[in-house]
Each structure stands twice: as C-alpha cells, then as structure tokens.
Design a protein around this ligand. Structure first.
Ligand SMILES: [Zn+2]
Length: 557
C-alpha cells in the first residue's frame, strides 16, 4: 500500500517527466550562445575591493551596473599574500600567480646588487617595471620595461599565434599598463606624473588623440576643481581626525596645480578612458582580421583610498564618477558595433584607515609601530653584530625582509635569529615565515578563501626575488606608522579585505549568473583564451577556465 509520502514523491516524478514541463523548461532557458569577441576589454580598477563593490553596488547606474548584471563573481581573489599593485596586475592577464609571474611585490631587493640611487644609498631596491640593464637605472629613476615579468600575457600569446592581433594597454600607473599589456604590445601608455607617455621606441604608435588628452590633463591640474557631493554620499560625509588639524572624510576641493590630488580624482580615470578610446578608434581595434586586446587600468580609486581611506565621502564620490566613466566608455564601444567581451577586476582590495575604523565598530584597528620598520632595525643589528651596513632591508613594517650579504657567514644565523625574534615577539605581528618554510610549502590549490596564511604567502613567493623572511601583521594593523607622508590607508596584507576583489564578465546578450564562491584572478586569462579558441597549456599557468555559460554549453574544453 502506498503511504502518503511515497504518493507525493511519485506525483512529483510524474510531474517532472511530463513533456509539457520539459518543453516549458527549454523555452524558458534558451541555450546561451558563446560570445565571438573581436575585442577583449580587460579593466582593472586599482584597489576596488569586494567590500566597496558590495557597499556601492545598489547605487550603480552606469558601467558598473552593466558589469554587475553580467557574470558576477563578487568574491574573486587576488589569492596571494603580497597584495600590491604590481603583483595584482601581473595575475590578471597571465593566468598565473606572482610565484610564477615573478612579480612578488611593487619592488623587491637584491642585496648583492648595489646601485647608486636617489632615495637609497646604496640602492639595493628593484622596481617591478624597470629595465635593470639600463645604465644608471635605479628603483626610483628607471626606464619602464616588462623585462621582469617572467611569463607571457594573453596579448603576448595571441600575438605569438597571430601577429595581426593588436594589444593596447593604458593605465594611470606604469606598472598597471606593463603587467596587463606584456612583452609585445602594439601600444603601452601610462601617466608619468605630468603626462601619458609610452615606451620611447614606440612613440610613433601613440594615437594622435593622446596630445588632446594630455592637454586636457594639464588644464585639469592647472585649474581648481569643484566636485559635487552625490546625494547618496551625504551619509558618508563626516570628518575624521588623522593627527594635528588634518581630517579626511568630507569631500575635498582640489586646488590649482595639485597634481597629486588630480591623481586621486575621477578626472584622472576619465582621461585614462579617453586615451583608451582614442587608441581604440585610431588603431581600429576589433575591426581587423584577428581579435585584439584593450587593457585599461584605472588608478584613481587606489589614490583615493590611500589619501582619504575607503569609507568616507571621497570613495563614495569616486565610485559614482567611476561608474559614470565606465558607462560612457561602454556607450562608445557599443556605438562602434565591434563585438567585445569585457572583464573587470581589481589588482587588490583595501582597508580603511584605523582612525575611522576605530570609531566605526572596529576598536582593534591601529597603525603599525614604527619599530617594525626594517630601516630602524637594520642599523641596530649592525651595531650589535659589528656589521659594515644595516643588517636587514625592506620597504615597510611587513612583507619581505632581506638580510645584507655583507654579514659574515659565521654570524648569519645569529643575525637572522635576532631579526626573527624582533618581529616574532612584537604584539602587532601575526606570524613570521622564513624563506625555507615558504619554499617547503606546496603551491596551493582548492578554494582560495580557505588557504592558510603560509599558502597565501607561497603564492607570491619567488626564490630568486623574495626575502629571507616574510612578516604578516595582525588583522586590522595598517602598515603606515604615521600619516605625515600623505597616505593614511593602504593594502598589501594577506587578509581577506586586501585579497577579495570582484570579477565581472559581460558581453552583449550575456545570460547572467552570479557565483558567490571564490575564484582567482589567475582564472581570468584561461577563461578569456577559451572564448577566442586560444590554446594555453595547463602546466604553464595557475588558473583554470571558468564556465561562463549558465546553460549546458560551455566555453571550457
Ligand atoms: Zn595602492
């Protein structure tokens, strides 16, 4: 005899098996078609964390609304530990983590290579996008180059298969353009502090529109700017003291001649997009025989975050301006009728300043102790161990720290022990890993949200370039000991707020879906490659192809 439960089950089965239901289902979810892009538009918004994406998502009406309504991975991951600009940009179009791209930080140290530097004497530092072979180059006065990037980008791979493919990279920072463009671009352009420029050798390829963009940039810097506070940002506008009389949190008005404030404004992104559109138009991207790449890195959100923090009226206003600028860019691309696929992500996340965190529900937030700076510790250890130069070198109170090569072999273990003890006994330090410990850790796999700290650090470890040890500060410790140099907040840690970034795909006719689980920014390149039929050997990259087709079809082989 059938009990009630079995009857319900059988009834349900009968319903599912009726042909009317099956047909209805097919009609309601037409099989999504693969896009056939002639142009890949890859956008990095510098310091666009998942946290600010989520906070402002409901306010977007322009380009960010379009992207958020496509294939959305709100919890993407720059999965590595050293969450800086150069490593982050190096993952987006290479399919690889910094452990493979070699871009372990914005700058690293080679203690065996002393150069004559402007800011450091001697200068052991190396900048991630410099040509170290140029005579007189140093970490602060360098010739821009992709030479230190150890792997090819998507554009490099496309041009190797078909040299007719054009690859254009435009950024507010040299490293943003270089790391997304790669070794063999048609055009690479970045803001050098005064103007957008390119590699000297390819000056002839600069679009004519660049001169107009640069004259507009000069005019924007020369004039005071009046920025209106968007209505939705009124609740974010509250002054927060950062020492002395200085405050952040209310929208500042830019003074004439302030080039630094210009970088931290929506005008900067808008002009970067103008330059990208000039290149798009003049180089006829997407209108040739082969598929092209337009890589755009927008830097203003990062400068806003560093200068004013991420939770005030400044970032709120920047989000509204960025959304509008991206909307304007998409309108121009749509008008061209070029079929394109857009992807947007960030090079890293970010964290608000401790002064505001501590009055907004996070009393544990604080600034790093200046005693953690390697510049302070190095001379102290040199004196204690009678060494000819500072015992340790590094840029910040965390991350990779390097031992001097002038330490006699007999003293090296003792100096390292003393340095490790200095960091390991400090109350703001979460953990210190030695180079040997990191090297012995296998390259991580599985869900990036669940990696241990050493796995995160391993993902940005390169035995040739990483330090002798790596310092991770406690969660919510901002590694800027004081605000006197103009930066109040930052990123760079292995914590979630710095690793989590949205990854958003869109094309005309896309069947949208949202996946809240983590993927990596290293997954973007093999995913884009699959859309254009480009073969990328799996053993050459860290990422995987992500299925962008919500139906049973797939772009991944
Ligand atoms: Zn930054």
């Amino acid at each position: 005899m059938m009990n009630k439960f079995t009857s319900i089950l059988l009834g349900a089965t009968a319903l599912v098996s009726t042909s009317a239901f099956a047909q209805g289902s097919a009609a309601n979810t037409p099989e999504a078609k693969l896009p056939e892009p002639k142009l890949i538009v890859a956008i990095s918004v510098d310091q666009f964390s998942t946290d600010i994406f989520n906070e402002y998502r409901e306010d977007f009406t322009g380009g960010l609304k379009r992207l958020a309504g496509g294939i959305a991975f709100p919890n993407g991951y720059q999965s590595h530990g050293a969450t800086e600009t150069c490593p982050g940009h190096s993952t987006i179009l290479t399919g690889s983590r910094p452990s493979r791209t070699g871009i372990v930080a914005n700058g690293w140290f080679d203690p065996s290579r002393a150069r004559t530097g402007k800011n450091r004497k001697p200068d052991y530092g190396i900048y991630c996008s410099e040509d170290v072979d140029v005579a007189g180059s140093n970490s602060s006065d360098y010739t821009v180059s992709p030479n230190l990037l150890k792997v090819p980008t998507l554009g490099d791979r496309m041009r190797a298969v078909n040299p007719a493919s054009q690859v254009v990279a435009v950024s507010g920072k040299d490293r943003g353009a270089v790391m997304m463009g790669g070794h063999n671009t048609t055009l690479t352009m970045w803001w050098d502090g005064k103007a957008f420029r390119s590699y000297a050798a390819s000056e002839a390829a600069v679009p004519k529109g660049a001169a107009l963009v640069n004259s507009r940039a000069r005019a924007a810097i020369d004039k005071p700017a009046k920025v209106k506070l968007p209505a939705q940002c009124a609740s974010h506008s509250r002054a927060v003291g950062i020492g002395g009389d200085a405050t952040v949190g209310t929208l500042p008005q830019r003074k004439a001649g302030d080039a630094r404030a210009f970088r931290a404004s929506g005008d900067f992104d808008s002009l970067t997009v103008d330059l990208a559109l000039a290149a798009f138009g003049e180089k006829k991207l997407g209108r040739g025989a082969a598929t092209d790449v337009l890589a755009i890195s927008l830097s203003a959100t990062d400068y806003v975050g560093h200068t004013y923090g991420t939770a005030g009226a400044e970032t709120c206003t920047q989000m509204a301006l960025l959304d509008a600028t991206l909307g304007r860019m998409f309108a121009a691309l749509d008008k061209s009728k070029v079929p394109y696929v857009a992807v947007l992500t960030a090079d890293h996340g970010g964290h608000d300043l401790p002064e505001r965190n501590s009055i907004q529900g996070l009393p544990a937030a604080e600034r790093a102790d200046i005693k953690l700076m390697p510049q302070g510790l190095g001379p102290v250890l040199a004196k204690a161990f009678d060494l000819p130069e500072p015992a340790v070198m590094g840029d910040a109170p965390f991350g990779d720290i390097y031992l001097s090569t002038k330490i006699p072999p007999a003293k090296r273990a003792a100096v390292l022990d003393a340095a490790l003890k200095h960091y390991r006994t400090h109350p703001q330090v979460e953990v210190v890993f030695t180079k040997e410990e990191i090297a012995a850790t296998p390259s991580p796999s599985g869900a990036p949200e669940d990696w241990s700290l050493i796995q995160r650090v391993r993902a940005s470890f390169d035995p040739e370039r990483s330090g002798d040890f790596f310092v991770a500060l406690k969660r919510y410790v901002t590694p800027i000991p004081n605000t006197s140099f103009g930066y109040v907040a930052t990123h760079g840690s292995p914590w979630g707020y710095d690793r989590r970034v949205p990854i958003l795909f869109w094309w005309k006719g896309v069947s949208p879906y949202e996946q809240p689980n983590g993927i990596e920014t290293a997954d973007i390149m093999p995913t884009l490659a699959s859309l254009i039929g480009l073969d990328v050997p799996k053993d050459e990259i860290d990422g995987r192809c992500v299925d962008l087709i919500a139906g049973t079809a797939t772009n991944c082989k």
